[in-house]
Design a protein around this ligand. Structure first.
Ligand SMILES: Nc1ncnc2c1ncn2[C@@H]1O[C@H](COP(=O)(O)OP(=O)(O)O)[C@@H](O)[C@H]1O
Ligand SMILES: [Mg+2]
Length: 381
């Protein structure tokens, strides 16, 4: 397994140095633009997609991110042409593909379960879609070899799926999808059957593959770290509605609403309102005890204050934007300790970077916190 993985890594590097190898020349994939307009979809009486609008640039690596049951797979399958016919339009390079059967869409999909044929060799599995499309035999041979090389599995053509590890099966599923030279690559939670270490490695491999081919790709996941680490842009989906679209750090730093703020990582969320005072714009938490300065560019009114745990500092000398707190508990995370700290009746998560050998705070300790206005978001309701 290790050998196969490092062999794949080496072949990737070699191709980066020599971008015009014959392997690459034999899969031809032109990046296309995807536009989805006003898509609604129901299963019987249940509406699952509620007006989806989005545009994906040619060659972009795009994520659908959301909790289980939010409609990600349904949306992906609608693009591939599976499931009930939706209302609205799906365009590839401006052309409406909504009326086309799945195999007429030039869209390749990799399923979570891999869906390899157990009784066929690796080569046969990869050739399958090409044979169905009546591609000439000589061309099939070239493309199967090219696709297997691409995923670092050139040596495994004669094996059977049962003789491969999960990660290898995932690569074969990718090779099979890419061999038909789809215009779009759709990946539905492709890493969720792999163990944690392999997941991290495979996501980088998928990214490199996507970059080398330049294929427009949609990656579905419920794991925000996975989407953040490899995707150009993310559409956060909840309950069949797109909550926000943007680059990972953009969404993390400027969530459009409370759902996105929480889904993208731990967030302190405090209800209250803004207030003009002599010192500038302030946030006043419900209950009145907690007041924090705000940046001037926020929309005023009632709403929620959002602060990431790493946006609050524990300080040992008094200064600007100080507030007293009392440690309730701490959770050691390795790189940081995440404390729960009581501040005027609110329990806030505060991350303190862990330095080797440094002793931790204990529950009951009094601490001084600094909450700079630029670390604070105000989401007006
Ligand atoms: N074939 C189906 N028949 C009825 N309801 C379905 C079907 N497929 C999905 N759903 C429902 O649609 C909703 C979205 O499902 P899905 O798109 O699979 O979510 P996700 O991929 O985000 O986990 C869920 O509530 C699910 O129960
Ligand atoms: Mg799903």
């Amino acid at each position: 397994m290790r050998d196969a993985l490092s062999a794949a890594a080496v072949s990737t590097q070699a191709e980066d140095v020599h971008p015009n190898t014959s392997k690459q020349a034999s899969l031809h994939i032109a990046p296309v633009r995807i536009d989805i307009e006003n898509l609604f979809l129901s299963f019987a009486a249940t509406q699952v997609l509620k007006g989806i609008n989005l545009s994906i640039e040619p060659g972009e690596f795009f994520a659908f991110l959301g909790p289980s049951g939010s409609g990600k797979s349904t949306l992906l399958r609608a693009i591939a042409g599976f499931g009930p016919t939706p209302e609205g339009r799906i365009l590839l390079d401006g052309e409406d593909i909504g009326e086309r059967r799945p195999w007429q869409r030039d869209v390749g999909m990799v399923f979570q379960s891999y869906a390899l044929w157990p009784h066929m060799s690796v080569a046969k599995n990869v050739a399958y879609g090409l044979e169905e499309r009546h591609v000439p035999r000589a061309e099939i041979k070239i493309r199967v070899a090219a696709a297997l090389e691409l995923v670092g599995m050139g040596e495994y053509a004669a094996r059977y799926p049962s003789q491969l590890s999960g990660g290898q099966q995932q690569r074969i599923a990718l090779a099979r999808t890419l061999a038909v030279e789809p215009r779009v690559l759709l990946l539905d939670e492709p890493l969720s059957n792999l163990d944690a270490g392999l997941r991290v490695q495979m996501r980088q491999e998928i990214l490199q593959l996507q970059r080398r081919l330049g294929i427009t790709t949609i990656f579905v996941t419920h794991d925000q770290e996975e989407a953040n680490s490899i995707c150009d842009r993310i559409a956060v989906i909840a309950d069949g509605v797109i909550q926000q679209i943007g680059r990972p750090a953009e969404i993390y730093d400027n969530p459009a609403n409370e759902f996105v703020a929480r889904f993208l990582g731990t967030a302190n969320i405090i209800p209250g309102r803004t207030e003009r005072s002599a010192g500038g714009l302030m946030f006043v938490a419900d209950g009145e005890g907690l007041r924090l300065p705000l940046a001037e560019d926020v929309r005023e009114g009632r709403g929620n204050l959002v602060i990431r745990p790493q946006g609050i500092d524990v300080v040992d000398a008094p200064g600007q934007h100080m507030i007293d707190g009392e440690v309730v508990s701490g959770e050691f995370l390795g790189s940081a300790t995440r404390y729960s700290i009581n501040v005027k009746g609110f329990t806030l998560f505060v991350d303190v970077k862990h330095i080797r050998g440094r002793s931790d705070f204990r529950s009951g300790d009094s601490v001084m916190l600094s909450i700079p206005p630029e670390q604070v978001m105000f989401l007006a309701s």
